[in-house]
Design a protein around this ligand. Sequence first.
Ligand SMILES: Cc1cc2nc3c(=O)[nH]c(=O)nc-3n(C[C@H](O)[C@H](O)[C@H](O)COP(=O)(O)O)c2cc1C
Length: 218
Amino acid sequence: MKIAAFVSSSSHHGNTATAVQKFLDGAKDAGAEVEICYLHDYDMKPCRGCRACEKTGKCVIQGDDVPKLHEVIRSADAYVLATPTYYGDISSAFKVFVDRCYPFVDIWKDEETQQMRFGSRNKVRRPGVLIAVSGSHGDMVFDSHMKVGYFCLNDLNSYPWREFCIPFTTWTPVKDMPETVAALYQGGQDLVRHLESGEGEDLAKTGAYFARYRELKY
Ligand SMILES: Cc1cc2nc3c(=O)[nH]c(=O)nc-3n(C[C@H](O)[C@H](O)[C@H](O)COP(=O)(O)O)c2cc1C
């Protein structure tokens, strides 16, 4: 069983990385293989918006490291997406990563409602975890992080299994938040048990998430 994490802070030792590492420590101690991709270590060109991948499932951009990230996605049984807050929103590296996941999207038209539907080319449904960290903003800032994170997970055929939103790290870094560190470690352990049990998706949770972030009523 492999859990892959994608960290969009430039620091390997900052708050976002620490939160992810604590989560993965729990998963590792419970028996999982883990892989962390620090996105700043990868050459990721921005999406050109040509939409060719909507038809082909392949990206026209060549010569960067995004195919390596896609291989990690294909090899994983669960995903952890992690971003710090920059200017009240997700980091630019997180956005580039999310945009470049567009080749995983499977778009189709619901004949009954005549609406566009966004599924995934990935066949297997897998749990997804979102970790978001802010410096001085409070909880409400994470709404946009959750929205974009959910869109990305949906592209990967992943359901929102759990979220960890950690505000106010300017005053107290994540490593000095014992309750948060314990919750992250426990979350990693719980994810392994969740995967092992085969209990699958909580449809009510996904439905609530879907209603909030996908229906675009705001
Ligand atoms: C360019 C930049 C913009 C930031 N904007 C915000 C912000 O709008 N709100 C906030 O709460 N924190 C903001 N921060 C603080 C970071 O979210 C915070 O320091 C976080 O812990 C950084 O995570 P890291 O240690 O993993 O890099 C910003 C930091 C940077 C570098």
